[in-house]
Write a protein that binds this ligand. Structure first.
Ligand code: DGI
Ligand code: FE
Ligand code: FE
Ligand code: FE
Length: 186
């Protein structure tokens, strides 16, 4: 699928605010891809489609999670579903066959240990795109310009801090990703 075609589908699928966020992720992902030797085409398409399932019916997404054997997810926040289920629906409904794009969409909320650079680009771009505005985002943007993997760690720290302050349950994969990236750095 071409980027323009995906863009039109996303414009029709997502509410305006989420569509604007998505275009910001595409712009940032293209830039990070170019700086880190990642395919610009894959980064742009993965970014365009990353929140495809964000507003899908939760019980429908839970059914697909069971089909895919992702039962662990069901005990955690429903917000986590749109990433792995989005990857699946982009394949089923839009015919996106690229396994790298599938994986980048699936990993965009929690990250994953050993995730490839494409996934790191989408993970960080989602957090720092120009429409994001939360305390600490400017520092994340600066880190991302210097070191993508360091930006993954800083984004995880920001997310985990945010979840802890709200006393929200943290999905183990988020912590596992943090541990794997920090251990790798030492
Ligand atoms: O879809 P976006 O809003 O663009 O961003 P996202 O997909 O990165 O995150 C969606 C939500 O998921 C966000 O409000 C934080 C939450 N989240 C991320 N990691 C975890 C989490 N929620 C829980 N409960 N546990 C996590 O590990
Ligand atoms: Fe998301
Ligand atoms: Fe994110
Ligand atoms: Fe997003």
């Amino acid at each position: 699928m071409r980027l323009e075609e995906a863009k039109q589908i996303i414009e029709q699928t997502l509410p305006e605010k989420r569509y604007i966020h998505t275009l910001g992720v595409v712009e940032t992902a293209i830039q990070l891809a170019q700086q880190n030797g990642v395919s610009k085409e894959q980064a742009a398409l993965a970014a365009m489609l990353h929140d495809y399932a964000k507003y899908r019916n939760v019980s429908y997404m839970r059914t697909i999670a069971v089909e895919l054997g992702l039962d662990d997810l069901l005990m955690y926040d429903d917000e986590l579903l749109h990433a792995p289920i989005g990857a699946e629906l982009v394949k089923r409904e839009l015919g996106i066959e690229d396994a790298s794009i599938y994986q980048a969409i699936a990993n965009h909320t929690t990250g994953a240990p050993n995730m490839p650079l494409l996934d790191q680009v989408i993970f960080v771009a989602d957090a720092i795109e120009p429409n994001r505005n939360y305390p600490g985002v400017e520092q994340l943007r600066q880190i991302a310009q210097k070191d993508l993997t360091q930006a993954v760690i800083a984004t995880l720290v920001q997310t985990i801090e945010f979840l802890c302050k709200k006393q929200t349950v943290i999905f183990p994969l988020t912590i596992e990703t943090y541990n794997a990236f920090v251990a790798e750095k030492r």
